[in-house]
Structure formats: C-alpha cells, structure tokens
Ligand binder design. Structure first.
Ligand SMILES: NC(=O)c1ccc[n+]([C@@H]2O[C@H](COP(=O)([O-])OP(=O)(O)OC[C@H]3O[C@@H](n4cnc5c(N)ncnc54)[C@H](O)[C@@H]3O)[C@@H](O)[C@H]2O)c1
Ligand SMILES: [Zn+2]
Length: 692
C-alpha cells in the first residue's frame, strides 16, 4: 500500500470515482476486519484515517455513489465467533473525527454547534466538557440492582460481544455500586492498557514465544476478547468511564444530572475511574487551549491518548441535537498528529554505541511523524529485525512518541515488490574493524575493539579512570569530552603523556587543577594487577573477576597468553567470561594499547601466581554485611581475599559464610532463612586462622 495512493486530486469522471470508491471500501473493510475483529491492525491509524477521509470526500462529491453499507455509514466491527452477541439497549456510536488538526478544528466544531443551536453572535459562549480521547476499546457495563451483570464491547454499534467473564477480572471496575446508585445503570467507558503494563506484557509474551502486540489498544482489545477469563485475568487492564447508556428514568427515581461534567463526577463518586484531566471549557478559545495543553501533557501520560473529545456539556441540548447515522451531533474527536506513519526503508546502517553495542538502524525515506521529520529509526538488534522481518525496500510502520527515539514497529505486509536479500550483521566493527562478537544467549552484537574503537573511546577512558579502576581523580566526563572531541588524545596511553601546561589550556581547567590531575595520573602508575585488569574494561570482567585473575595468574603476561581452558581453571570463571577475556586479548589493537600503557610507565604490581587451591579459604564465598566493631568492610574483605576466599555482594545458597556486624539487614535475614553459618568479627578471625 503506497501512502500516496489516496491523494487529493479529483477523479476525472464519475466512472473513475466509482472505481476508486469501490477500491477504498474494499480496502477499508479489510483493514477494519484486521483491526476490530482480529485485533491485529495491518496499517497505522493515520493510514486508515486518510483512506476513510478520502472516501468521505468522494461520497460528498458524488452523493449518488454513497451506499448504506459504506464504512462511512456504519460503525464497523462484529462479533468474534465464540463470544455471545449482546444487543445494546441504546446503540454505541462512534464519534466524528475533526479532520483539521490545528486549532481550527475546535473553532469549526464550536461554529457548527452554535449554528445548530440557533445562537446569535451576541449570545454567551457555549459550555463544553473537554476530555482526553483514550486509546483503548469501548465497553458498556450494565448494572442491575447495583450489581455488574453484563459487560459488552461495541461491536457494530447495535450488537456487541459479551465479555463479562473477562471484565470482572479488571480491578478498576466496581462489581457492585453504592446504595444511592439507581436500580438500572449502564456505564460506558474505555478499557485500555498502560504503557508500562503493555511493555511488560509484550516482554512476557516474547519470553513465552507468543506473539507480541503492536500497540496498547490492540493488547487491550485482544485481552478483553479472550474466550478464557484466566488469560484475561493475567492481562493488566485499566478503565476510564466517560458516559452512560440506559438507566432508570428520572421519573422513576433515576439520575437527575444535567451536564456531562456532573455525570462524570457522579460516576467518580460511585467508584469509577474518571480521567483527572476532564474540564469544562467555555467557547472555542478554551477548547483550543485544552487541545494544546493535552497535546503537551500527552507524552508524559502513563497511557496513550490519540486526541481529545469535545462534548456539549448540557445533556438537554445534547438531546436536542441528537444523532446522524453513526455519530452524535453534539460531540467531536479532535486528534493529534499520528505517532505512527508508513514509509520506505532505503537502507540498514549499523551504529556502534559507547559501550560497543552494534545497533541496526533503518535509513528511511523522510516522513513526518509525531511532530518531526524522521529519517532514521532504530531496529534495536538483529533479533528484533528478524522478528519484524524488515528488509531494504520494505514499507514499514515508524513510531515516534514523545522523546523516545523513533523505532520501526513492523512491516506493512504484502508490500515487498521483489526479492531483497536479508540483512546480516557485519563481521567486523564498521568503526574500528575489530571482530564483532555475540555471547551465547545474548541478543546484542558487540565490537570487541574495546580500548581501540573510537566509538567506545570516551567510555573506555572514563571507566579506566574510575575510582575502582585506576582511580585518576579529576578525569571526569567533561574533560574526557574535551580530550577526545578535541583530538588531543586517542588512546589510554596518551593520557600519561599529557603535560600540566597542555591540561591547563583546556576549558575550565586552572593551573592548580591541571597540576592536581597530573599528580593523580602519576600516582596511578603502580596499580595492583587486579585494578589494572579491571580498568581495561574487558566485557564480563568486574572487580571480583579481576581479583580472581590477578591472584591466579600473578602476572599480566600470563593472563594475556592464557587460552580459554587455562582461564577456566580460575575459580568462578566460566566459559562465557573466559571467552570474552580471550577474545579481548586476541585483538591486536587491544594488545597494542596494553603495550603502550606499559611503555608509558604504567606498571601493574605483579606477584608469583598463587593458585587459589593452595590457600586456606580457597573455593569459599563470604558475604560481609553490617558494621564490624573494629575492622572496616574493606579491611575484612582484603583479609578474606588474601586467604583465598571470594567476597561476594549478595547471599545465595552458594555462600559459605556470612560475616555480620551491627545493623545487618536483609542479607542477614536471608542467610538465616537459608541456614548459612553466620559469623561475628571474632568468628571471622577464627576462620582466617583456621580455627573453625
Ligand atoms: N489501523 C487500522 O487498520 C484501523 C482500522 C479501523 C479503524 N482504525 C481506527 O479506529 C478509529 C475509528 O474507530 P471508531 O469508529 O471506533 O471511532 P473512534 O475510536 O475514533 O472514536 C469513538 C471511540 O472513542 C472512544 N473514546 C475514547 N475516549 C472517549 C471519550 N472521552 N468519550 C467518548 N468516547 C471516547 C470510544 O471507545 C468510542 O467508541 C480511528 O482512529 C481509526 O484510525 C484503524
Ligand atoms: Zn569498534
């Protein structure tokens, strides 16, 4: 489907119009079926709306071609086989969408209402109830004798689906009403899914190998229309009330409210969630302001809204205006520019992030979406790309919502005109040429060029300088930016060649701080081997592993030469960690950086290897928690490590001992629950001296 197909040009003849109308109707019916019945839209809403409006325009131009079965004349949707049909006591209608997206939408609505009410220019502004337009699905909740007896979807407006079994599981929907509610009441509102719930659900679906949903509306509709209530009960659904259907008439003691706003406040009092943004707006200006305010607030909302709805506030005047075929005359929906659009993938590029992750990015034919022109959209990783089946030349749906980076949601199916080869991740980093690796079980591809790769340079420098690594005080983010962006240094080793004068010329660096940094650099020249290994930023090598490696091998050269088998002899080093250490040192670039550091005078303190097995606490894992009477946490840890123990941060079944001091918290509780041996400081000394 080419997005330009439904252009504004006028067909040359009535015959041509008839052909286009037929094509549009068929297309809209197909899309509506996928959307309403299968809960799996095949195109973004913007695309559907454009075709719909084109059809409306053609039918207005050639009224003789308009038929009652046209999608413009009826509410689309039908009953899913397996769900019981429900005939609505009062039809559930659609709402007319104002096509002008700018402020004029509100003004033309206000002008029409004033005209239809026969108001003069001198008459007071009309009062409206302005509400967010929630992006979910409409629900009719029927209460008899204040008990929820039935919940039904809109369906075709006349006949909906009975989904009571599922709606009962939505906690936000009251199952019974307070005593002051009328004997008969139908509440109408929107069942929707919050963004966070939607993302969690999709992650769960993916883990279970089930299909994920395109958007929260779909996920909500698909969940509500489950045949099995147990599935719906696991789906986190929410609800906002926005109106009523049939109810006990006022003369029989039914509700007496006079405005839409009062009606909503009453529903709220009876326990229904009502959107906090609902406002009374007087005249077109206040509608325009509401539209603008909500447009700004929209990005930060926990749930999706696709526009706002303006309703005549007076229920009596609403009644006077009544309905046209499928829409009330007294309400209009004013949408926001679509956050999803269709465009073409012109290429797939690979970007390398600060941490070495390779991200495939779709290069797009420019498209205006979510209020900006988008030319690139992320495909996240190779697995996402494959799951979405994106290839160069495809028509894809692009989403840009708020400040979130634009992403490719999926391919518009059936648009691939000819064969295009599948995308493959490059074998070497497009920035530095180092090998690209992916760890087993991981989705991300990474550049293994660590220290060498310009894309990772800043991150590598910051990590190198950090407190637990080389501890170079004063080398922070701002400075690293200047050093790298200014082309002053390219690698780690060049840090040590920086003169104090050179440093003093940098922005926001006085002579004093330049000297301090210079001194910090000099101080860092004799790190422990463990710190040095950790500072290299080898993937999967944290502080603890660095210490294990240092203790086991004693010398840097031995670590660099070790193959994966040798590496796996280090306690706690498994195949994945061994592989990433080996790959790191197998890259000539990385070896060069290490050599350059040594040449620049950095000398890790080396020792004879002490194979852990020969030490008293070899193979033991100890967790420290709370405040010991005399030893600090660091001192206790150092003593334990010197005796061959591994000091871990969290308690598990594998923990050998827990050393607990004053104010020990959850770790102690967990240790006791697991039945582990808990020691105090005296117990720690006993352990170290082999008296335990
Ligand atoms: N992508 C597709 O293939 C596809 C296909 C069919 C329809 N659609 C989309 O569906 C929509 C048209 O469907 P429609 O006829 O159901 O109309 P609609 O969804 O635009 O408007 C009517 C609905 O708005 C909802 N609503 C939300 N907040 C409301 C409020 N405060 N007060 C009253 N109602 C509120 C109700 O559920 C009501 O049924 C369009 O947005 C269209 O893009 C998309
Ligand atoms: Zn690289």
């Amino acid at each position: 489907m080419n997005p330009e197909t439904f252009s504004v040009q006028t067909p040359a003849s009535q015959a041509q119009a008839a052909i286009e109308i037929d094509a549009l109707k068929a297309q809209l019916r197909r899309w509506a079926h996928a959307y309403y019945v299968l809960d799996a839209p095949s195109v973004p809403d913007g695309e559907y709306d454009r075709a719909y409006q084109r059809l409306e325009r053609l039918e207005a131009q050639y009224p003789e071609l308009a038929t009652p079965d046209s999608p413009t004349q009826r509410v689309l949707g039908s009953v899913l086989p397996g769900l019981a049909p429900v005939r609505h006591a009062l039809p559930m209608l659609s709402i007319r969408t104002e096509t002008d997206t700018e402020a004029s939408g509100a003004r033309s609505f206000d002008a029409r209402i004033r005209r239809e009410l026969g108001l003069q220019e001198s008459d007071a502004p009309v009062e409206y109830c302005a509400e967010p337009k929630f992006d979910g699905l409409a629900m009719n909740l029927r209460y008899e004798e204040r008990q929820l007896v039935q919940a039904a979807t809109r369906g075709d407006g006349e006949v909906g689906e009975d989904v009571t079994h599922n709606v009962r599981t939505i906690r936000q929907i009251p199952l019974r009403l307070p005593a002051d509610a009328p004997a008969l009441l139908e509440v109408r509102g929107e069942v929707y899914m919050r963004w966070a719930d939607f993302e969690r659900l999709n992650a769960r679906q993916q883990d279970a190998g089930d299909k994920s949903f395109v958007n929260p509306r779909n996920a909500a509709a698909g969940s509500v229309r489950q045949l099995d209530a147990r599935i719906a009960a696991q789906r986190p659904l929410s609800f906002f009330a926005y109106g009523t259907g049939e109810s006990t008439p006022p003369e029989a003691g039914g509700p007496q409210w006079t405005t839409q706003y009062a009606l909503l406040q009453q529903l709220k009092a009876w326990g229904f969630p009502v959107a906090p943004q609902v406002r009374v707006a007087r005249g077109a200006d206040e509608l325009v302001a509401f539209h603008a305010t909500m447009g700004t607030a929209r990005a930060a909302l926990a749930y999706g809204i696709d526009g706002v709805v303006y309703k005549l506030n007076s229920l009596q005047l609403q009644h006077r205006l009544g309905f046209v075929t499928r829409e009330p005359r007294w309400a209009v929906a004013h949408k926001y520019p679509p956050q999803e659009m269709v465009t073409t993938v012109q290429g797939i590029d690979v970007q390398v992030g600060r941490t070495g992750k390779l991200t495939p990015v779709a290069r797009l034919a420019p498209v205006f979406v979510g209020g900006a022109t988008v030319t690139n959209a992320t495909l996240h990783n190779l697995f996402e790309l494959r799951r979405k089946r994106v290839r160069v030349g495809d028509q894809v749906i692009v989403r840009r919502a708020g400040d979130v980076i634009p992403e490719v949601v999926g391919v518009v199916s059936g648009t691939r005109a000819h064969y295009t080869p599948n995308f493959h991740m490059p074998r070497s980093c497009p920035v530095c040429g180092s090998a690209v690796v992916r760890e087993p079980g991981q989705t991300d591809h990474r550049c293994s060029g660590g220290l060498f790769c310009p894309a990772q340079r800043k991150q590598a420098l910051l990590h190198f300088a950090s407190r637990k690594a080389m501890d170079i005080e004063g080398l922070g983010e701002k400075l690293v930016d200047q050093l790298v962006d200014g082309g002053i240094i390219q690698g780690l080793a060049e840090l040590y060649a920086l003169g104090a004068e050179q440093l003093a010329q940098l922005e926001r660096m006085g002579e004093k701080s330049a000297q301090n940094l210079r001194a910090a650099l000099d101080r860092s020249r004799h790190p422990s081997l463990a710190r040095f290994l950790y500072a290299l930023g080898i993937r999967n090598v944290g502080e603890a592993t660095a210490k294990d490696l240092a203790r086991h091998f004693g010398q840097l050269a031995r670590v660099m030469q070790a193959d994966t088998d040798r590496l796996m002899q280090v306690p706690e080093v498994g195949p994945i960690v061994a592989e990433s250490i080996h790959t790191f040192f197998a890259q000539p670039h990385n070896r060069e950086v290490v050599q350059a550091l040594l040449a620049a005078g950095v000398q890790p303190q080396e020792a004879e290897p002490t194979p852990a097995a020969s030490l008293a606490l070899a193979g033991k894992t100890v967790v420290l928690t709370g405040q010991l009477p005399t030893l600090t946490r660091e001192q206790a840890g150092a003593l334990l490590e010197a005796a061959g123990a591994r000091v871990a941060g969290s308690v598990s079944k594998k923990t050998s001992y827990v050393v607990a001091g004053e104010d020990a918290g959850s770790k102690l509780v967990k240790a006791q629950a697991l039945g582990l041996t808990v020691l105090d400081e005296a117990g720690l000394h006993a352990l170290l001296e082999g008296r335990l």
